[in-house]
Write a protein that binds this ligand. Structure first.
Ligand SMILES: [Zn+2]
Length: 329
């Protein structure tokens, strides 16, 4: 695949540090970072801008461009080799966003062209889970050649590194396991199917499991003062040892492990990396998840490593910057 925007050829071959801008486009906020990328060490965030975003902001593409331009202003523009943006959904190899549940206003928009025109810097747009996979690849280096990055947010995304390369598929849409059906009689999914994995194993799924625990009288300490249930508060309660929250996280981790186990059987990765807002739960998620994977007779013996992506909430922006430098490979 050749990048349509003429990325400078020295960006990949040079051993020198490069600067790149990475933008993580979320449903409620845009996180943009100026990142120093040195092939020999971990990427370093030099500047960070956070602005609120709205799903139906028709001007979102230009606001992303403004944020990128602001970051570029403070730096030596000639030293910035690329601008990358990552978002949930389907991004075409030509830089046009085809489907974006968090930012429907971007659908049909050539976001890469908008960024490039606003900044004069080569631009790249990609799926946010692919960006997280890039961070994991940069963290572990070439020793890890097969990894699965899963983003657990409102839905589920995946970035798949197979034999050292990001798996793109025919149109660039590979890695959408959130819509693998795990129960054909399960709850309806906005995609039109029933029982998609992300109905159970996303942040939305976590909150539904907690709500069900409350409905069945097993929810002591799960809901806030106004009976609201927020996934991050459930995982926080689990960290404090609240029994109902621990039980919900264990059930949730079982659902995450079910889909991850399917992916492990399919791709045989050495490493599974978790990103997205729900990954911030940390060990209250990863420990029961690894226990579930280990108890699976086909998956357990492989001893797959499971970890939360480096950089936590900044991983999406850092990964988008890495993507801008590395391109589609
Ligand atoms: Zn679905």
């Amino acid at each position: 695949v050749i990048r349509p925007d003429g990325r400078p050829s020295d960006a990949r071959s040079s051993g020198d540090a490069a600067l790149a801008i990475g933008i993580d486009v979320g449903g409620t906020k845009v996180l943009a970072a100026l990142v120093r990328i040195d092939p020999g060490s971990a990427p370093v965030v030099e500047r960070l801008i956070e602005v609120p975003s709205e799903a139906h902001d028709d001007d979102l593409a230009h606001r992303l461009a403004d944020v990128a331009a602001t970051l570029a202003e403070g730096a030596d523009r000639g030293a910035i080799v690329g601008v990358g943006a990552g978002l949930a959904g389907l991004v075409d190899l030509d830089g046009v966003v085809r489907r974006s549940p968090n930012a429907p206003a971007l659908e049909g928009v050539d976001v890469a062209a908008t960024l490039r025109e606003a900044t004069g810097i080569p631009a790249w747009v990609d799926n946010d889970a692919n960006c997280v996979a890039r961070v994991a690849q940069a963290t572990h280096g070439p020793a890890v050649r097969n990894l699965v990055a899963i983003t657990l947010g409102t839905g589920i995304g995946a970035g798949l590194i197979v034999e050292g390369r990001l798996l793109r598929g025919a149109r660039g849409f590979a890695g959408e396991p959130g819509h693998m059906v795990v129960d054909p009689h399960g709850p309806p999914c906005p995609c039109g199917q029933r029982g998609c994995w992300e109905r159970y194993a996303s942040g939305t799924g976590l909150e539904e499991i907690a709500r069900e625990a409350v409905r069945s009288g097993r929810g002591a300490g799960l809901s806030g003062p106004d009976d609201r249930i927020v996934g991050t508060e459930v995982s926080e309660a689990a960290r404090r040892g609240v029994p109902a929250a621990v039980a919900v996280m264990e059930e949730f981790a079982g659902w995450v492990a079910l889909g991850v186990g399917n992916l492990v059987n399919l791709l045989d990765p050495e490493l599974v990396v978790l990103g997205g807002g729900v990954a911030a739960a940390g060990e209250v998620l990863t420990v029961p998840m690894m226990a579930a994977l280990e108890s699976n007779p086909l998956v357990g013996p492989r001893r797959v490593q499971v970890e939360v992506v480096a950089g936590g909430p900044l991983a999406g922006a850092v990964g988008a910057a890495l993507m801008a430098v590395a391109g589609p490979a």
